[in-house]
Design a protein around this ligand. Structure first.
Ligand SMILES: *[C@@H]1O[C@H](CO)[C@@H](O)[C@H](O)[C@H]1NC(C)=O
Ligand SMILES: *[C@@H]1O[C@H](CO)[C@@H](O)[C@H](O)[C@H]1NC(C)=O
Length: 378
């Protein structure tokens, strides 16, 4: 499972680990007991985590904070040795965040009408950070929530941003894809995990320069599905259109200081004891004024490799306080580590509470989307 959390929350993490352990043990006993007694599916359902972990929203937060630690892995780094931090593995040295990469693919009129005039009524410009190889994921996103947004005339535009790879066949495929769908931004930087912050700045730059009239900027990963009707409904009604940054906010995370940790962060790179509050990178939203301010601010900084922490650092320096979006929390009430998506009436109700679902395989993206749309697990 891919939990992209770059810090650890000390005691709380330990407490939560114990809580999780207790839950796992309870679950295990539940399963063994059920099988032994032969009581069938119904009892088993009652033992599933969705039933056990009926918690207040306060506790939900803590649980999301518990997915910490060195087991966190990154998509591009799969299979690499985990015994040494990825910064060390790649002899990473900081460089300026000034973003001057050439556009290889673009669609500069995405947010404009045929006459080239910018749409005034655009609610959201969403930019999905994607790996050039992930055409299947992009197609699932196009077929699910993007199509739904178009069919329901939701005022959102969606682009994908990728870097470059050395693989020539990928280069041609992505060109063709951009020709077909006109939704690809490609910039001339190496598409690597450690360039994810560069990619994010690319997204901010593109939105700032080519879609500046949208009310909100949304950044998300390509393994996320969005309950787009509910989310935009929420944004339109409840979210301030200035000075806003929201998502799944991590507060008080501690940088990993052990070189053996995947996310090892040397003191020279980040000397302070804790990270500022930051919205987890899987999906976050900014009012456009914040996107512009953060983009311009990045020009004065060095790249920090964990892109979501980097956003938190920028936000802090600009006195912007990240806000939690409650309906982004609680994916764990539907899916359990090691078990996967749990399909009961109760988890369906929990799913309907969520605006987003993340860390998904391609099959799961479709499953979750269909469950939202049909209000059933069939
Ligand atoms: C990021 O991309 C730049 C530009 O292509 C490249 O020079 C650099 O090596 C990449 N950095 C990492 C850490 O992959
Ligand atoms: C999401 O939208 C559906 C359909 O319009 C609605 O039934 C549901 O209550 C909404 N959920 C939330 C949490 O707003």
């Amino acid at each position: 499972m891919l939990y992209e959390v770059k810090g650890q929350s000390g005691t709380m993490a330990r407490v939560m680990k114990i809580t999780k352990l207790i839950c796992c043990v309870t679950l295990l006993f539940g399963i063994i007991g059920t099988l032994w007694l032969g009581l069938g599916v119904k009892t088993l359902n009652d033992r599933r985590p969705g039933a056990i972990l009926r918690l207040t929203s306060d506790k939900r937060e803590h649980l999301s904070l518990s997915h910490k630690g060195a087991e966190a892995n990154s998509k591009d780094e799969k299979g690499h040795s985990k015994n040494i931090g990825i910064l060390i593995q790649h002899s990473w040295t900081p460089f300026s965040a000034k973003h001057d990469y050439k556009y290889l693919l673009n669609n500069r009129l995405k947010c404009a009408d045929k006459g080239g005039k910018l749409y005034e009524k655009l609610s959201v410009i969403a930019i999905v950070t994607s790996d050039p190889r992930n055409v299947d994921r992009r197609n699932v996103i196009r077929m699910t929530w993007i199509r739904h947004a178009i069919e329901n005339k939701i005022a959102i535009k969606v682009m994908f941003i990728v870097g470059v790879t050395s693989d020539g066949s990928i280069r041609n495929k992505i060109k063709h894809e951009a020709f077909l769908y006109k939704d690809i931004i490609q910039e001339a930087f190496q598409d690597t995990y450690l360039n994810l912050t560069v990619k994010t700045i690319g997204a901010l730059k593109w939105a700032t320069q080519l879609c500046p009239r949208a009310k909100f900027f949304m950044k998300l990963d390509d393994d996320v599905v969005v309950n787009i009707g509910n989310l935009t409904g929420f944004l339109d009604v409840f979210v301030p259109s200035v000075n806003y940054l929201g998502g799944i906010v991590q507060v008080g995370s501690i940088p990993f200081r052990n070189p053996q940790d995947k996310w090892y962060t040397p003191e020279e790179l980040y000397p302070e004891a804790t990270y500022p509050p930051y919205p987890e990178g899987k999906i976050y939203i900014m009012s456009m004024d914040v996107a512009k301010r953060i983009y311009h601010h990045t020009k004065t900084l060095q790249i920090f490799p964990w892109e979501d922490v980097f956003i938190g650092i920028c936000a802090k320096q600009l006195s912007i306080v990240p806000q939690n979006i409650v309906n982004f929390h609680g994916v764990w009430t539907v899916r359990s580590e090691g078990i996967g998506i749990i399909k009961t009436d109760e988890t369906l109700a929990n799913l309907n509470f969520l605006y987003v679902f993340y860390d998904l395989t391609i099959g799961e993206m479709i499953e979750i989307w269909q469950a939202w749309m049909s209000n059933s697990w069939d």
